[in-house]
Design a protein around this ligand. Structure first.
Ligand SMILES: Cc1cc2nc3c(=O)[nH]c(=O)nc-3n(C[C@H](O)[C@H](O)[C@H](O)COP(=O)(O)OP(=O)(O)OC[C@H]3O[C@@H](n4cnc5c(N)ncnc54)[C@H](O)[C@@H]3O)c2cc1C
Length: 412
């Protein structure tokens, strides 16, 4: 048996899947998985969806069964934080006073909600949503009903708003942008989601910032930047996340909007790797470093980092993918499109079933299928092909997407 020690900091999806991969790839040394939350690793997507609404048992949110870690000799240490890393000595310090040395170190410290710093932000009744504990508190609020103001119409804010509405709450969704998620997806998709929320009875205040939370100890009102007061029973803030890089920074690792890693997910210091929301990894397909805050990235990048830690060849070049569910609208998005010059549609937005494509120089950079299934692989093939496409063929549902990618339906 190997006497090597591999330490993983951050016991969430990326960390847990990395530990699993180390064992399934035959590593028989010591694996220590340390997480600051009291829970064993769980998945976060249900926290704005079925688990939040009380439709799914808590057990379903966990990444593994309770016995998994012991069975695989993974030393899962929950409720403890790694407080420092000394890369020179290959040593970490833990909040309970212990120090451990490592042969390989993986940082999967994830991201945390960006805090809003306006007057009243510390009042009771102003919530963020990242952890199971946050979600449990909000489940209680959904149970009690009333009026919630959701600040930020990004994915977390929008999904929370949809779930609150589905539970019968009165919901106001406020965002400084003119349309939900407009900066990332543009006006067409923004308008689609605006209309979806409206149809479901959400009160939208778009193009409107928030100036303060007001109340005596507990939030009673949100004051919009225009001065308008919005009375509420509680508020939820979803204004994005920031990568948790403090540990890495203090250890002298290279950080710039995330912990910088190469295509093998190795950081700037020997034997240190990173994966998941915290990592800004060089993606050879794009020829640049990107940081991806999606479930599938944590799911795949954690195991890829594990293989790299074992010395296997790794070149992480996956196309980013995420999904979102709001009301009865399910969607999947693949790609990376920081800039585009047109958005084309296959299918009709008005009946809520379509595929949107973001193009630059006639090439598809990204695609979003809304209530249309089993096309994601084809969208990814199209992106990967980098082939210029004929707009009419792209918009024609009778033309197989695979043929536009230069492949047959069987993928050849
Ligand atoms: C409510 C919600 C809904 C979401 N829904 C979707 C969705 O529908 N689709 C989608 O694609 N993505 C979704 N996401 C995003 C997805 O969940 C994240 O991309 C994913 O959780 C990232 O996993 P991770 O393991 O990299 O990091 P995280 O999940 O952020 O976990 C990092 C862990 O590291 C721990 N940690 C940090 N520092 C230390 C330390 N010093 N010592 C010990 N432990 C530490 C943290 O406590 C945390 O548990 C959602 C996210 C949230 C919050």
């Amino acid at each position: 048996m190997s006497n090597r020690t591999y330490i993983i900091v951050g016991a969430s999806l990326a960390g847990a899947k990395a530990a699993e991969e180390l064992r399934s790839e035959g590593f028989d040394g010591r694996i220590v998985l340390i997480g600051s939350e009291p829970e064993r690793p769980y998945e976060r997507p249900p926290l704005t969806k079925d688990y939040l609404r009380g439709e799914t048992a808590r057990e379903k949110t966990y990444v593994h069964d309770p016995g998994f870690y012991e069975e695989h000799r993974i030393e899962l240490e929950t409720g403890l934080s790694v407080t420092s890393i000394d890369p020179g000595a290959a040593r970490i310090s833990i909040s309970d006073g212990r120090e451990l040395t490592y042969d390989r170190l993986l940082l999967t410290t994830g991201a945390e909600p960006r805090r809003i710093s306006i007057p009243g932000a510390g009042l009771d009744g102003v919530y963020y949503l990242r952890t199971l504990a946050d979600c449990d508190a909000l489940r209680g609020r959904l149970e009690a009903g009333g009026h919630v103001v959701v600040v930020g119409a990004g994915w977390i804010g929008s999904e929370f708003a949809a779930s609150a509405r589905m539970r019968g709450l009165e919901v106001t969704l406020i965002d400084p942008l003119a349309l939900p998620n407009e900066r990332i997806f543009g006006a067409e998709i923004g308008a689609f989601y605006r209309d979806v929320h409206r149809q479901h009875g959400i009160k939208l205040m778009l193009g409107e910032g928030v100036e303060a939370f007001e109340g005596k100890g507990v939030v009673e009102r949100v004051r919009a930047a225009s001065g308008k007061p919005i009375a509420c029973d509680f508020a939820v803030v979803g204004v994005g996340v920031v990568p948790r890089v403090d540990l890495a920074l203090e250890a002298g690792l290279e950080v710039d909007n995330g912990l910088l890693v190469d295509e093998t997910l190795a950081a700037s210091s020997p034997h240190v790797f990173a994966a998941g929301d915290v990592a800004r990894a060089f993606n050879p397909f794009y020829g640049e470093r990107i940081r991806v805050e999606h479930w599938s990235n944590a799911l795949n990048q954690g195991p890829a980092a594990a293989r790299a830690m074992l010395g296997q060849p790794v070149s992480y070049d996956r196309i980013p993918y995420f999904y979102s569910d709001q009301y009865d609208i399910g969607m999947e998005y693949s790609g990376y499109a920081p800039q585009w010059d047109e958005v084309l549609f296959r299918g009709d937005r008005s009946d809520g079933k379509f595929v949107a494509f973001w193009l630059r120089d006639h090439r598809v950079l990204a695609g979003m299928n809304v209530n249309v299934w089993d096309v994601n692989e084809q969208v990814q093939a199209l992106i990967r092909s980098r082939r210029p496409v004929d707009p009419a063929a792209l918009c024609d549902p009778d033309v197989p997407l695979m043929s536009l990618a230069g492949e047959t339906a069987s993928g050849r």
